[in-house]
Design a protein around this ligand. Structure first.
Ligand SMILES: [Zn+2]
Length: 452
């Protein structure tokens, strides 16, 4: 199954391009958004200039090379720019498979065991209805296309705000990372289903307020299911006619710090948006954090098997780095005990690449939330990349469950009352924000719960 899905990943990559081999002749009618190629460049050279000038979507680094997904129309210009690359699209080619083409009947099949937006909404409503004393469903905001951004609150007395530590588990910032939606959802479901029979779960739920936000980017997910599997961003129509803002570059802490950790070019895969928190999806997350003190958080992504912590915007230690590092190492240890898979840990900027405007820097920078980014399996593109098999859902959830429970327990153990962790500076900033929200955006806080 895994092999099959890995093959599907490659086919999908491939299906974006029907002309194998390079150089390609006049591109003519093929210049849609789906004419993508995979190229590889030597990692030893300075790729910064290249990445500043072309919308390259990094896929993986392997064997001294960096692989990028790029629109075919840029290939010639990249070469003329002085960079040599090898075209790797054909390496992933499989024959005899039905490719995803416009008009292919895909309804109900493509997302398989993974949740679409509607399926997720139905599941969350059903959980809230089944466990009215433990869960309540909120909608802290809506997407550009008016879909709900759901936040399932799990706690005893879920309708009240108690003086308990808040923990947020988020997923689905990036449309193509379907597994990142399933993991927080399944952790939430596990807490509810095991509350009665497991003392450990009961203690956790009684002592904390856990926010499950499985799908920050519902418009992108729908587009990924129905149109283009490898879509990453939201569905903002940008000024230049391209689509999408990278929601994980749109948060307001050190937004646009430089052009390496995010891009000012709208067609880039890491376009940061027209302004900090310009997107309603990131604003929904902000509403949640502004209305509830969240002490720790995990933002799930895929792929690479990494546990990252701030800073991402520059390669410098955060004030709490030793704590962040030890929590990350402990979580990685718990994960490896389940299926033996190794998740590397480290400062985001050092271990992966520079990112500015991402969720973890923002949550830590503004709220001192101990915020982690977990890049779920697989470890690389050749193991399936963004497409995990259906049978991997449960495995990946199971291996991440102990780490999430551990972080919640550590958060509970170190909790010393509301606002205790806020620095005076942050408190001032928050008060300012609260005021402007009240004045300019009445009702912008929670728009009310969606169902019980
Ligand atoms: Zn991601």
């Amino acid at each position: 199954m895994k092999t099959e899905l890995a093959r599907l990943a490659l086919i999908l990559l491939l299906s974006l391009s029907t002309v194998p081999g390079y150089p390609t002749p006049a591109i003519s009618a093929k210049t849609g958004p789906h004419t993508l190629e995979v190229i590889a460049l030597e990692a030893r050279q300075d790729l910064r200039t290249l990445r500043l000038n072309f919308p390259l979507d990094p896929l993986l680094a392997e064997g001294g090379k960096v692989y990028f997904l790029v629109e075919r129309k840029y290939l010639q210009a990249i070469q003329e720019f002085g960079y040599s690359f090898t075209l790797e699209t054909a390496r992933f080619e499989q024959t005899g498979e039905k490719l995803l083409r416009p008009g292919t009947k895909i309804q109900g099949g493509l997302n398989g065991a993974y949740h679409s937006y509607l399926e997720l909404g139905a599941e969350l409503k059903s959980l809230a209805a089944s466990y009215p004393d433990l869960a309540r469903l909120y909608v802290p905001g809506k997407s550009l296309e008016n879909r709900n951004i759901y936040a399932l609150k799990i706690s005893d007395h879920p309708g009240q705000s108690e003086d308990e530590p808040g923990i947020a588990l988020l997923g689905g910032h990036h449309a193509r990372e379907w597994i990142s939606v399933e993991v927080p959802l399944l952790i939430g479901r596990y807490l509810l289903e095991n509350y009665e029979r497991e003392a450990r779960v009961r203690d956790i739920v009684n002592s904390a307020e856990i926010w499950i936000v499985p799908l920050v980017n519902p418009d992108g997910l729908e587009y990924s299911i129905l149109n283009y599997r490898l879509w990453r961003k939201n569905r903002r129509l940008n000024g230049d006619g391209s689509y999408g803002v990278d929601l994980n570059r749109n948060y307001s802490y050190q937004w646009a710090y430089d052009d390496l950790g995010s891009s000012p070019v709208p067609s880039s895969a890491v376009f940061r948006g027209a302004g900090p928190l310009s997107e309603p999806e990131t604003e929904a997350v902000r509403n949640l954090f502004q209305n509830h003190r969240i002490q720790s958080a995990i933002s799930y992504h895929s792929f690479s098997q990494l546990i990252l912590y701030p800073w991402g915007y520059l390669d410098q230690p955060a004030e709490d780095e030793s704590l962040l590092q030890s929590l990350a190492e402990d979580m990685a240890g718990l994960i490896s005990q389940v299926n033996g898979r190794v998740y590397q840990t480290g400062r985001a900027s050092a271990l992966l690449y520079l990112t500015n405007g991402d969720f973890a820097d923002w949550a830590y920078g503004f709220f001192r939330t101990l915020a982690f980014t977990i890049e779920l399996p697989p470890v690389d593109l050749l193991q399936g990349g963004f497409l995990n098999s259906e049978s991997d859902i449960d495995l990946i959830f199971r291996e991440n469950l102990p780490a999430a429970l551990y972080l919640i327990e550590r958060t509970i153990a170190s909790y010393s009352g509301s606002a205790a962790r806020l620095s005076p500076f942050l408190r001032r900033e928050l008060e300012k924000d609260d005021e402007s929200m009240v004045i300019k955006r009445p009702g912008a806080a929670f728009r009310g719960k969606e169902s019980r």
